[in-house]
Design a protein around this ligand. Structure first.
Ligand code: Q46
Ligand code: ZN
Ligand code: ZN
Length: 325
């Protein structure tokens, strides 16, 4: 139920009708005050975690969804220097085409620069095609998708001379990953999960300005602000472990408002106190022999290897077609 839109709760600042009652913060606000409050929060976290300054150039990775477009809108509104990056994955036409259109429309309306990298156009295959060809993850696209997205984001940030690369991961995303990593006691992942990942040789600083903002708060922001975003999630997200953990966490949050935030903040605090100090280790990175991007793999990076394999498969298929009578 969309109970939250009809609540008779009053805005704490002006007494008007609240659009959002945030039990986790014991705070309800009207539309106008909510549009002030949320960016103030985001700015506070950008400063607290030293993500970037107003002099620095930030590349915002946008997918056309509420989190990334909402983030870009907030950063732009706060006066940060931003440009956007949209990666065309070629996933189901109604999903990829519409998400690109909404991202382009968003940028055009604000006179902002949006860089578009269409994977099929630039490299020769869509993500679903790539998944089948490479057979990584037995044809499931998420692992090749993640690999391509990470590579393209890093490279675009580096080549564009950006100081930071910002993604729209919200608190719900972060906590779901945290829970999954905790269940697996994945020490290395836990050590690296943070609001900011410092730059290292060939890798731009990565930041998550929405890491303390609830998903529900982002939805409310975009609706009140009138940002047109794509409601659908990528069709391949269905049935993912992340969604499973999100559902469990939502149940916990319902019984105990603030549970997600507390889990995340306690984690950050434990980390600060050195809980993962022993496992923290920087993978040995060196430039890929082919593209020069940093990689921990010997020789060529996994992106170059993947696309090599695609070329090989394509050539084999073409040769077979030619040889056929
Ligand atoms: S990885 Fe998988 Fe996502 Fe790529 S294929 Fe879709 S669900 S978009 S976050
Ligand atoms: Zn108000
Ligand atoms: Zn490479």
């Amino acid at each position: 139920g969309r109970r939250l839109w009809r609540c008779a709760v009053k805005c704490r600042k002006c007494g008007g009708t609240a659009v959002l009652n945030m039990r986790q913060h014991k705070l309800a606000l009207c539309g106008a005050h909510y549009l002030e409050w949320l960016p103030e929060q985001v700015e506070r976290f950008i400063e607290k975690y030293r993500m970037f300054t107003r002099q620095e150039k930030v590349l915002v990775a946008v997918s056309g969804g509420k989190d990334s477009l909402g983030l870009w809108d907030i950063l732009h509104g706060l006066g940060y220097r931003t440009e956007g990056l949209y990666i065309g994955l070629g996933i189901a036409q109604d999903y990829s085409d519409e998400s690109r259109r909404l991202s382009e429309q968003f940028a055009a309306e604000r006179g902002l620069t949006l860089h578009v990298v269409d994977i099929a156009q630039r490299f020769g295959a869509t993500i679903p095609e790539l998944a089948v060809i490479s057979n990584r993850g037995h044809g499931k696209p998420c692992s090749v998708c993640g690999l391509n997205k990470r590579y393209i984001m890093n490279r675009a940030a580096l080549e564009g001379g950006f100081d930071a690369l910002a993604t729209g991961h919200n608190l719900d995303d972060e906590v779901a990953v945290l829970m999954q990593n905790t269940f697996n006691w994945a020490g290395g992942y836990l050590a690296r999960q943070a609001p900011v990942l410092a730059a290292s040789s060939g890798l731009t600083r990565k930041v998550k300005p929405l890491c303390r903002i609830y998903e529900r708060e982002m939805t409310a922001y975009c609706l009140v602000r009138g940002i047109a975003y794509i409601y659908e999630e990528c069709p391949h997200a269905e049935g993912s472990t992340t969604i499973y953990y999100k559902e469990i966490l939502n149940k916990m949050e319902e019984d105990r408002p603030g549970a997600k935030l507390q889990f995340y903040l306690s984690f950050l605090q434990a980390k600060e106190q050195g809980l993962f100090a022993g496992v923290e280790h920087q993978a040995d990175l060196h430039p890929c022999q082919r593209c020069g991007q940093p990689t921990s793999a010997p020789g060529e990076c996994s992106f170059c290897r993947l696309w090599d394999k695609v070329q090989l498969v394509k050539r084999t298929v073409a040769a077979q077609a030619e040889a056929a009578p």
